[in-house]
Ligand binder design. Sequence first.
Ligand code: SAM
Length: 212
Amino acid sequence: MRLRNIPGSRDVIAESEYVIHDHRAVKGCWENVFGNDKPIRIEIGMGKGRFICELASLHPEINYVGIEKYSSVLLRAIQKQEENQFPNLKFIRMDAEEIAEVFAKDEVDRIYLNFSDPWPKDRHAKRRLPSRQFLSRYDQFLKKDGVIEFKTDNRVLFDYAVEEAKEAGWKIDEITYDLHNDPKMNEGNIMTEYEERFSQMGNPIYKYIISR
Ligand code: SAM
């Protein structure tokens, strides 16, 4: 369930030191944001942030940026980060349609898309985060050897994403139609909030890793 209307969430976000407030101002300047030149990995549509918080905890040698459109969901991620205070984790509240305004060429080495909204109507296809329109945005700032990792329990969205990746000239490096029973791809898997919920219902989880 999405929590879109928590009173005061915008105020908390506006005052949070963990949030990048002027996301256009940091393009090309991420070394200043984190105070180091460690690789940057981003999750787009991170929801309440469990996945990216766990990554930040496990990998202090990597910097992470979580991107989320809705304040009331981002608030949950900020609350987690206030407890943990990982120096390698920042958040941005924004619509990912503007993502190419945030990172310069080669500034990101991995993009995570987890349980992205399916936007089932054809006329909304370009809003899907693994669509060709989004892939061409990611192409502008993902390192040459960078990858996109996408997982979902929605087979229609997954099949669409695979086709879009091929159409846009990306290579499918790895793919599974049952992540939790795929020993190789499931190794080190970090569950997202949605992944836990849907896998408990018995849904298989689909995942690809793509590169150019
Ligand atoms: N990744 C989380 C997980 O797996 O538990 C949340 C999945 S939830 C279905 C999708 C999230 O993506 C929502 O929080 C939604 O607000 C966010 N989202 C969808 N489209 C977005 C966009 N264009 N820009 C930023 N966030 C977006």
